[in-house]
Design a protein around this ligand. Structure first.
Ligand SMILES: Nc1ncnc2c1ncn2[C@@H]1O[C@H](COP(=O)(O)OP(=O)(O)OP(=O)(O)O)[C@@H](O)[C@H]1O
Length: 360
């Protein structure tokens, strides 16, 4: 298998797909660059799998076009799209050896026998399963089976690789190991990859860009750090990472600083160019700091500690101020174990620059 990739860009324009009264995809435009790792992230029912099936050719869209490179493949059968696929339950052929499983896509493409042998060996080496040629799938662990599935998906140099929750059935450690391997392989081969998950950590870790899906539409598209730091909607903010979200009204707008008035009278100072009107303030838990005596902060609250959870490198605190509960996550280097306990009253604060304002 050549490691020089023939990866291609993918473009979706105006994709719509209905099942009876259900709109699974409600008008999606998306351009994925060659060699890019793009994740479709969203809750159950948001349309991720349907969109992937439209790309793969297992579902026909009611409207819109699918292009790989220059070619319009909207109506092309799945086998003609040159797409590699790994699904959670995309089982290997149980009656075929590892070697014949991986050889399958080459055999159906009438690749000469000698070349098949060489390319299968190369693909198995890439997923670190060289020497497993003669095994049957039943003689492999779940992680090894998914590696064989990955080898089978890349052995024919696909223009595009689709991965639908490929690690869903695996335990956490194996999952992490395979995540790293897939990413390394994808980079090394320069593959264009579209990955479906509802696991936000997995999405943040692996992706060049994330498309946050909600109700059959892409709600936000951007690199992980941008989606985390500057979510464009309350849904995206709540779906990715932990968040403190406070709904209020932007008052006193001007000079890149605004005040957000909450209905209980609390005022939050934020660095933002938001205009007056309803808005939600987002403060990520690691931005909420424990204030030392006399320490100043743009925003300051006296809170009672309700709960402390030890998470290893960090601790998570549930803090109450009146009717409001907020979450803080502090590293052990910043706040030692036992220094702040349930029942304590402490001062916390954060800077105006730590507040992200979502208008609307
Ligand atoms: N074959 C089908 N017939 C009828 N409705 C369908 C069909 N496939 C999907 N749907 C509906 O379309 C919507 C989107 O489903 P889809 O499977 O794409 O979501 P998803 O984001 O992949 O969810 P999950 O994470 O649970 O797999 C859902 O409301 C689903 O019930």
């Amino acid at each position: 298998m050549a490691t020089t990739s023939q990866s291609l860009p993918l473009s979706l324009a105006g994709i719509e797909k209905r099942f009876g009264a259900v709109t699974a995809i409600g008008g999606v435009d998306l351009a994925v660059e060659a060699g890019e790792f793009l994740t479709l992230l969203g809750p159950s029912g948001s349309g991720k799998t349907t969109l992937l099936k439209v790309i793969a050719g297992f579902e026909m869209p009611d409207r819109g076009t699918v292009r790989i490179g220059q070619a319009d493949i909207t109506r092309a059968p799945p086998g003609r799209r040159n797409i590699g696929m790994v699904f959670q339950n995309y089982a290997l052929f149980p009656h075929l050896t590892v070697e014949r499983n991986v050889a399958f896509p080459l055999a159906v493409r009438h690749v000469p026998r000698a070349e098949i042998g060489r390319r299968v060996q190369e693909a198995l080496a890439l997923v670190e399963l060289d020497g497993y040629q003669a095994r049957m799938p039943s003689q492999l662990s779940g992680g090894q089976q998914q590696r064989v599935a990955l080898a089978r998906a890349i052995v024919f140099n696909p223009g595009l690789l689709l991965l639908d929750e490929p690690f869903g059935a695996l335990d956490r450690r194996l999952r992490q190991q395979l995540q790293e391997e897939v990413r390394r392989l994808q980079r090394r081969l320069g593959l264009t990859a579209i990955f479906v998950t509802h696991d936000q950590e997995e999405a943040l870790l692996l992706s060049d860009r994330i498309a946050v899906m909600n109700g059959g539409a892409i709600e936000q598209l951007g690199p992980p750090h941008e989606i985390y730091a500057r979510p464009s909607t309350v849904f995206a903010a709540g779906f990715i990472g932990e968040s403190n979200l406070w709904r209020g009204t932007v008052a006193n707008a001007g000079h890149d600083r605004v005040t957000i008035a909450l209905d209980d009278g609390t005022r939050i100072l934020a660095e933002s160019t938001a205009t007056p009107g309803p808005a939600t303030a987002l403060v990520r838990p690691e931005r909420v700091r424990l204030l030392e005596d006399g320490e100043a902060a743009d925003n300051r609250l006296s809170v009672t500690v309700e709960e402390v959870s030890y998470l290893g490198q960090t601790q998570k605190y549930l803090l109450r101020s009146g009717d409001r509960v907020l979450t803080a996550v502090w590293t052990l280097a910043a706040v030692a174990v036992g220094r702040v306990k349930a029942g304590d009253t402490v001062a916390v604060g954060w800077q105006a620059a730590d507040v992200h304002v979502i208008a609307g």
